[in-house]
Write a protein that binds this ligand. Structure first.
Ligand SMILES: C[S@@+](CC[C@H](N)C(=O)[O-])C[C@H]1O[C@@H](n2cnc3c(N)ncnc32)[C@H](O)[C@@H]1O
Length: 289
């Protein structure tokens, strides 16, 4: 999983403090997910490039401000989609810009609470929101978005989600926004739900008989246990990124590294043992709640 450049915790924390300080919690009504602070246009372009947005995509921006992410996605990358924004004036401004730019047939903006918005249609979801809000959204993203959907977060990570890519840059334009030049863009792929009990046919280098895997999942992380004959072996380094699955089993003194692809109730891939690769496949016997 390529991580282009990890951000420094110190600078990230400084930026986090600045944006948090700008936000104010509304006493009643929708949760204030962040003040209106537009992403610099160069960051918008990078967010869309990192997500590899194209004409096939349906992009949703949560807290769309003046609409620049959705408008750029339509104008430059040919995508469709919508932005959801709580401020009436910004929604009107963004819809007027869509008409002026000739993309109103492909994108629109709605005044609504992003926490209550149906996001299931997205193939790409973007956000530039307060760090706490980003984490409040983790379950909504995991359950409403289809596996493989690309999620882009400007500056703040989704806790417990392993990014596919994290890009760090220094931009003067961020100084008035967050007090630091540090800019981080996180790309995630929504993980397939793989929790449950699986039966796997594996090469004889792992086991002569089929093995049973009991997998528990928290976002992109997997843990659990494998039954290999009479032995019970912990699942190590388990990850699900989009539909891609990987984990290790340490059995009879050998480390077996499994990689594969999940398609709802079945999985297949290769297992590498001491440099030798062989095929494995599995079906899910019981899905976890
Ligand atoms: C930091 S700005 C990001 C604007 C735009 N996405 C961008 O990157 O340029 C966050 C936006 O979220 C909006 N917002 C805050 N809470 C919201 C909520 N509960 N529902 C919808 N929009 C919200 C704010 O009004 C603000 O315009």
């Amino acid at each position: 999983m390529p991580i282009r450049m990890p951000g420094t915790a110190r600078l990230w924390a400084a930026g986090l403090f600045a944006l948090t300080a700008l936000g104010a919690q509304a006493a009643d009504g929708p949760v204030n997910a962040g003040p209106y602070v537009p992403s610099p246009q160069s960051v918008v372009a990078d967010m869309l490039k990192i997500a590899r947005v194209g004409p096939e995509d349906y992009l949703i921006d949560l807290g769309s401000g003046d609409g620049r992410i959705v408008l750029t996605a339509a104008q430059v990358f040919g995508a469709r989609g919508f932005g959801v924004e709580i401020r009436d004036d910004l929604v009107r401004q963004a819809n007027a810009a869509a008409r002026a730019q000739g993309v109103a047939g492909r994108v629109h903006f709605v005044k609504a609470d992003l926490f209550k918005t149906d996001i299931s249609r997205a193939t790409v979801l973007t956000m530039y929101l307060l760090p706490d809000t980003v984490n409040l959204l983790r379950d909504k993203l995991a359950t409403e978005l289809r596996p493989g959907t690309r999620v882009i977060s400007h500056d703040y990570p989704l806790g417990g989600w392993d990014p596919v890519e994290m890009v760090h840059m220094d931009l003067e334009a961020k100084l008035p926004i967050s007090g630091v030049t540090t800019t981080l863009i996180y790309l995630y792929h929504v993980p397939e739900n793989v929790a449950g009990r699986w039966r796997a046919a594996v090469p004889t280098s792992v086991s002569r008989d089929a093995i049973e895997l009991d997998l528990q999942q928290a976002y992109t992380r997997l843990r659990g246990e494998a039954r290999i004959g009479p032995a019970r072996v912990p699942v190590g380094d388990g990850r699900v990124i989009g539909r891609k699955l990987s984990f290790t089993l340490n059995a009879a003194g050998k480390v077996h590294t499994f990689e594969g692809e999940v398609d709802q109730e079945s999985a297949r891939g290769t297992v590498t043992t001491e440099g030798t690769r062989a095929a494995w496949r599995a079906i899910r016997m019981t899905k976890a709640d």
